[in-house]
Design a protein around this ligand. Structure first.
Ligand SMILES: O=c1ccn([C@@H]2O[C@H](COP(=O)(O)O)[C@@H](O)[C@H]2O)c(=O)[nH]1
Length: 233
């Protein structure tokens, strides 16, 4: 069954808490990322993680020593899921994994996710960064590298779930943003699918922000997405 993570993309803790109150019957976890953590600090994220499963989406990307040390520093937050950028390379991902293993007992260790190609990036966007591969091929390349280096799973778009499963099997935890219910705006996302399509493709988790948080009734929007997921599973 595909589970729902609601992205609490706000700098206002009261707003984040209000969205949690409206969606708690439908969501299995919540994402806090750069906007919330830069505004409120990691103590606020740690407090949040004590009462809700937390996807801490920091997308770490630096030299291996710095990323390993950053992951060490995040120990008090104890998120359920944590992201690094796969394009940081194998040594960086291995350093993040080693830090998590040093700091957590196996049963409590956060799930280490490698972000492959951002869901806001299309083939043109990749080309502008000097990558001539299609998003699909680049996701497969980075996904294999990240899993070999010690990631537990990958962040990808729903378009890449089937090819990733073909290449890497069922081992990677696949976390999928770029989700848009039928008829809703893509916003700045380029590689999108509906909740039903992502669930049918085999996403372990989907991440949904604006289609819920900018809805007139966030609770109803989350409930409708949760209903799609259970009907598709
Ligand atoms: O490739 C990625 C990686 C992370 N995200 C994050 O997911 C949510 C999506 O929000 P929407 O409002 O539903 O577009 C957001 O917090 C991103 O930082 C992503 O979109 N793509």
């Amino acid at each position: 069954m595909t589970r729902l993570i609601v992205a609490l993309d706000t700098r206002d803790p009261a707003q984040a808490q209000a969205w949690v109150g409206q969606t708690s019957a439908s969501a299995q976890a919540y994402k806090l990322g750069l906007e919330f953590c830069y505004a409120n600090g990691f103590a606020a994220a740690a407090t949040f993680a004590k009462s809700h499963p937390l996807f801490l989406d920091l997308k770490l990307h630096d030299i291996p020593n710095t990323v390993g040390a950053a992951v060490d520093s995040l120990t008090p937050v104890a998120p359920k899921l944590l992201t690094v950028h796969a394009s940081g390379g194998a040594a960086m991902i291995a350093a993040a994994r080693a830090a998590l293993e040093r700091r957590f007992a196996p049963a409590d260790r956060p799930i280490l996710l490698a972000v492959t190609v951002l869901t806001s990036t299309d083939a043109d966007g990749l080309r502008q960064t000097g990558v001539d591969a299609s998003p699909r091929d680049q996701v497969l390349r980075l996904g294999a590298l990240a899993m070999d280096a010690g990631a537990d799973g990958l962040v990808c778009s729903a378009h890449e779930i089937a090819p990733l499963r073909d290449r890497l099997g069922t081992t990677p935890v696949l976390v999928v943003p770029g989700i848009r219910p039928a008829g809703s705006s893509a916003d700045d996302q380029a590689r999108i699918m509906t909740p039903t399509q992502a669930a049918r493709a085999g996403a372990d988790w989907i991440v949904v922000g604006r289609p819920i948080t900018r809805a007139d009734d966030p609770g109803a929007a989350a409930a409708s997405i949760a209903a799609e997921l259970s009907a598709a599973s």
